[in-house]
Design a protein. Structure first.
Length: 89
C-alpha cells in the first residue's frame, strides 16, 4: 500500500510512520515536495542470514584462477549481490 505525504506532514508524523512500518512492512510512504515525489520510506530488503556469504563463495568458485598464488579481488565483483540495485525489490 502506498501513502503520499508532503514533506511537512512526513516530518510531523515520522515516529508514527516508523511504527506503522513495523506493523505493516509492505507499506510505502512517498514524500512530495511541491507535489513532486522525491523520496520513499519503506522497510529495507531482508536477506537471510548467510545469504551474502553463500553468494560470495559461489562467485569465488566461478572466478578461481588456474594459476596458483593468483588472487582475484572477489569484493570488486559482487556489489550487485550485496546491495539492492535501484528499481529491484
Amino acid at each position: 500500500m502506498k501513502n503520499v505525504l508532503s514533506i511537512t506532514e512526513a516530518r510531523k508524523m515520522l515516529p508514527g510512520i516508523i511504527k506503522s512500518l513495523k506493523k505493516s512492512p509492505d507499506t510505502v510512504y512517498q514524500i512530495t515536495v511541491h507535489n513532486e515525489i522525491v523520496a520513499e520510506i519503506k522497510t529495507p530488503h531482508k536477506i537471510k542470514p548467510g545469504e551474502a556469504t553463500a553468494k560470495l563463495l559461489s562467485i569465488r568458485k566461478k572466478l578461481r584462477s588456474k594459476k596458483k598464488g593468483y588472487k582475484i579481488p572477489v569484493s570488486e565483483n559482487v556489489k550487485e549481490h550485496l546491495y539492492v540495485a535501484e528499481g529491484k525489490d
